[in-house]
Write a protein that binds this ligand. Structure first.
Ligand code: Q46
Ligand code: ZN
Ligand code: ZN
Length: 366
């Protein structure tokens, strides 16, 4: 198996490209694919500040690493969810990575700041853990981005994630979600722009990328992910991909090229007018935003803070607002995206053990 570029021994084959790559050219391919996605969808410019949502998993660490290597200004935000050992471990990987790169990692703790954790809070609020978790993450990532004056929030959603979300949305004909399933969501009403620079790269490539770059990441899945429909959709697509290389890519990019636009008018019409949440001042389509309602039902509390300053941040000139992460900011509309690391490792194409103790380039040899 030889590298397509230099004919030296290859470490990975990528069937949808019908090619093998050595370490050097595989890393270059990953960077090139991210550059291509950034250019194609006008995701970010070098003078903009980016906050990457870091979970400690392979995708979020890889996107952070690639954006840094490409010269973008990127800090990380890690959200402590209070999911026992899983949270402790994932925080450790996020910190270790930040330290190794001399990069800035901002940490926000849901239990410490808002008085609830995901397992107990979701039970008390009678919500599925991933739904309470997703809502909290979106709210707090937006809040942190605005408070820290970042232009863009980046997430590690990869091609497998996006194809699986698309599959679920098509299966249930969630046309409003289909209209918003894009690699870039523009900034609106104070929400920062959201970008997914890994849409041209698969889950297996991201695992291989971390192995080759020596980035340690949490391999275990979140214990709350069990029974998540997203994992089932990924498995279904993996089965199709196994006999039809490139199927995920053509499903997702075919949708973007030929169908996505048809659903956008409906999605835009569905966007309710936003007014400030009476609890936290964040823009919301209801009197009290979904996050504040969650905090109350989960038995938590909102942090102390000056409500007027938060309102100014949204509806006036917010340059004077200091980046205080305890303020509550906007509640985004429901976002159909599950988190990128849900179902990590479900790709059967990774036929090797990628556990931290076994990670050498040889391990990703197909
Ligand atoms: S962390 Fe949160 Fe995920 Fe765990 S509770 Fe669900 S959404 S599965 S990446
Ligand atoms: Zn090569
Ligand atoms: Zn609120």
């Amino acid at each position: 198996m030889k590298c397509r570029v230099c004919r030296e021994p290859a470490i990975i084959d990528i069937r949808r490209h019908n090619a093998n790559f050595c370490e050097e050219h595989f890393l270059r391919l990953c960077r090139d694919q991210v550059t291509k996605a950034i250019d194609a969808f006008s995701m970010i410019t070098p003078d903009e500040r980016c906050l990457v949502a870091v979970s400690g998993g392979k995708d979020s660490l890889a996107v952070w690493d690639i954006l840094l290597d490409l010269g973008y200004q990127v800090d990380g935000l890690y959200l402590g969810l209070g999911i026992g050992d899983y949270s402790d471990e994932s925080a450790r990987y996020a910190r270790e990575y930040a330290e190794s790169r001399g990069a800035t990692l901002i940490e926000v703790s849901l239990p410490r700041t808002y008085g609830f954790d995901i397992p107990n809070g979701s039970r008390a609020a009678k919500r599925k853990p991933c739904s309470a978790c997703g809502l909290s993450k979106r709210h707090l990532f937006d809040q942190a981005a605005i408070a820290g004056r970042y232009d863009v929030v980046a997430t590690g959603h990869n091609l497998d994630d996006e194809a699986a979300v698309l599959f679920g949305n098509v299966l249930h004909w969630q046309t409003d979600y289909l209209g918003r399933q894009l690699p870039v969501l523009p900034a609106r009403d104070g929400f920062p722009r959201k970008i997914k620079p890994l849409v041209r790269l698969g889950e297996r490539e991201m695992a291989a990328y971390c192995v080759v770059k020596g980035i340690d990441y949490i391999v275990d899945e979140c214990p709350m992910a069990k029974g998540n429909k997203h994992i089932g959709y990924k498995e279904a697509l993996n089965a199709i991909e196994a006999t039809s290389a490139g199927a995920k890519h053509s499903f997702y990019f075919g949708f973007l090229d030929r169908a996505s636009e048809r659903f956008q008018a409906e999605a835009e019409a569905d966007q309710a007018e936003l007014t400030p949440c009476i609890e936290c001042g964040s823009p919301t389509s209801t009197e009290v935003c979904a996050f504040c309602r969650l905090v109350t039902r989960a038995g938590g509390h909102l942090p102390e803070g000056d409500h007027d300053i938060r309102l100014d941040a949204w509806f006036g000139d917010h340059r004077h607002v200091e980046p205080v992460l305890d303020d509550a900011y906007p509640d985004p509309d429901p976002d159909p995206d599950p988190d990128p690391d849900v179902g990590a490792g479900a790709d059967d194409a990774i036929a090797v053990d990628l556990s931290p103790t076994r990670r050498t380039p040889k391990d990703v040899r197909a």
